[in-house]
Design a protein around this ligand. Sequence first.
Ligand code: SF4
Ligand code: MG
Length: 291
Amino acid sequence: MSHTDHGGDKPRLDQKVASDLQSVTRSGLLDYRSDALPTWCAGCGYFGIAQGITQALAEMETDIHDLAVVSGIGCAGRFPFFMGGYGLHVVHGRALPVASGLKIARPELTVMAVGGDGDGLGIGAGHLPHAIRRNVDITYVLFDNGIYGLTKGQSSPTTPQLQITGTHPYGNPDQPLNPLVLGLAYGASLLAAAHAADPETIKEILLRSLSHKGFSFVIIQTPCITFDKVNISYDKMRQGWDPMPTDHDVTDLRAAMDLAMAERNYQGIYYEDHRPTFHELDEETVRKAKA
Ligand code: SF4
Ligand code: MG
């Protein structure tokens, strides 16, 4: 198509872009984004996750000066660069202890930790059970794409057995971890899951998780469209996930475990309890010590 063929459409396109921009600006969503444009591959599921998280923060009218996002290493680790508020990009797998320490020191902040499956379930897996059982009041969002994306397609802890990857050209011999089961077994006081093709549900889950007092563990399945051509795709996510059954009792740990181990995936809250947070117990300890 020649340059002049665009002539008639361009003003209309510019008007459309300007009008879209105005409506996004009015929504307040840009307050929660930084000036840096995301460097994720076009079509990466992380855009849907970012949209859901941003919308939840905007809907809660979170003060941008009271928001801190901590990440480890990986494509998901870049998330704080694209967000407003305060961001910390720490070393592999260390998002959870850093986020926990930050929340303990500054309990008035909204603290989120984010990371991928390789970061959180592989290299940083040692921190996960202890951060969860400590029940510090933070939200951890695991971007689970079943592959190491940033380092170009190696098998991760959630890569299906026998999938061919960069590190396993004859098939991955290892059985994958189930982060939902792990989260429940470690004692997450809120456990939820969703997929990246549904930012609206991600937003709803984040609204509940960020309001929850205690450690909320949110697992989002998402496609790495560049390095995984077989396991996770947008079509598979739309077909392989159901809404959480309406009769599921989120206080029933055994029922949550059954759903976590089921063949199908469910979007929504699997489990929630309201036991004391680390902060509340710590205040009690200080009170006792002073007495
Ligand atoms: Fe997303 Fe994969 Fe690209 Fe990383 S490599 S930005 S996970 S599509
Ligand atoms: Mg990954």
